[in-house]
Design a protein around this ligand. Structure first.
Ligand code: SAH
Ligand code: SF4
Length: 351
């Protein structure tokens, strides 16, 4: 498959074609973006025909749109059956794609739909970059209102724990930065706290953003929500955040999904603010997206507001994030959970 072959080795698809064909093909795959190889107009027709079944390493199983086309979500299916989800979100100043780094996830966080499914397999670097390329090709064919017509930002916040798939994620980052020419600063890796991976990423030369999913500000509570906390407790995660900040000079983002009667207390807010202030981190609070497989519920509106007021009073730098695409199962792993469980029937809705 074209995207699962390193961009430097595309010649292997081209037989006796002249060498410049590899550059033309690379241009189509990583700069110009087309949904179908038939659109690669400077390649000979028989070659286009031959490449057409080799373009995408997955089929589009479900395609959904919400927020008047400014949120688009795809569930892709690899030939071996592995599922891959991506969500595209248009804003006025940027177009952000949320990509998956694994099919499923082995981390088992209690509030997360992906975590409840367990682990299928790692995604390859090419499968990660192909999600970006597909979104770009889709944007070209179906422009979005009032947003950049190209993916400007990538966040590793779809399915999977990117730092548990470190080597392939690092190669995907290399291709996004060096081959797609994305700015490292506009790419964010989100982790539940895989400390060795955080340290390896800190040691790279890229100005990649790091988001850390904390969700609890002491070990006792965190271990009940995030099983990995038993292996890498909070103090180690915080230490790795500090190292990241020291190496990159970039503020780390702390992610906090607010759950009713679980982590929405004033006490947690105070402890969270202390951690964030110490790290000079930014806090992103998002109210939980309820998923069919867990008991956790989103916080009530007044509690949520009180939580934000406490953070602010403590001098922490915090933003309440609106959830995008709730009408299309925008949260982590939710589209697949619906499809797999057949709780509701979704008709494919090609944009
Ligand atoms: N494994 C990585 C990245 C994927 S999850 C991580 O955990 O950081 C991306 C983000 O979605 C994480 O911050 C995660 O905690 C959050 N998340 C998972 N389930 C959620 C839910 N039901 N509602 C809101 N956020 C959720
Ligand atoms: Fe995996 Fe992240 Fe979900 Fe936890 S929150 S189960 S690490 S995808």
């Amino acid at each position: 498959m074209l995207y699962t072959t390193p961009p430097e080795e595309l010649g292997s698809f081209l037989g006796d074609e002249p060498r410049y064909r590899a550059d033309q093909l690379r241009q189509w795959l990583y700069q110009d973006f087309v949904l179908d190889a038939a659109e690669m107009t400077n390649l000979p027709k028989p070659l286009r025909h031959e490449l057409s079944t080799k373009l995408w390493p997955f089929a589009v199983e479900v395609s959904q749109e919400g927020d008047k086309g400014r949120t688009r979500k795809w569930l892709f299916r690899a030939p071996d059956g592995a599922s891959i989800e991506s969500v595209l979100m248009g804003y006025n100043d940027r177009t952000t794609l949320c990509i998956s780094s694994q099919a499923g996830c082995a981390m088992g966080c209690t509030f997360c739909a992906t975590g409840q499914f367990g682990f299928e397999r790692h995604l390859s670097a090419g499968e990660m970059v192909a999600q970006v390329a597909y979104a770009n090709a889709h944007l070209k064919a179906h422009p979005m209102d009032r947003s950049p017509q190209r993916v400007t930002n990538v966040v590793f916040m779809g399915m999977g724990e990117p730092l548990a798939n470190y080597t392939r994620v690092e190669e995907a980052l290399r291709r996004m930065i060096d081959v797609v020419d994305m700015s490292a600063r506009s790419v964010t890796v989100s982790t539940v706290g895989v400390v060795p991976g955080m340290r390896r990423l800190a040691a790279t030369s890229w100005q990649i953003g790091l988001a850390v999913s904390l969700h609890a500000a002491d070990d006792e509570l965190r271990s009940t929500l995030v099983p990995l906390n038993n292996r890498y407790p909070l103090a180690d995660v915080i230490d790795a955040c500090r190292e990241y900040y020291d190496h990159k000079g970039r503020r780390v983002t702390i992610e906090w999904a607010l759950m009713k009667d679980t982590n929405d207390s004033e006490e947690q807010a105070m402890k969270l603010a202390a951690i964030a202030n110490d790290l000079r981190a930014h806090i992103n609070v998002i109210n939980l997206n309820p998923t069919p497989l867990t008991d956790e519920q989103p916080a009530d509106r007044p509690t949520l507001e009180a939580f934000m007021v406490t953070l602010e009073a403590e001098g922490a730098n915090a933003t309440l994030r609106a959830t995008r695409g709730q009408d299309i199962d925008g949260a982590c792993g939710q589209l697949r959970s619906r499809v797999t469980e057949q709780l509701i029937t979704i008709e494919p809705n090609p944009a």
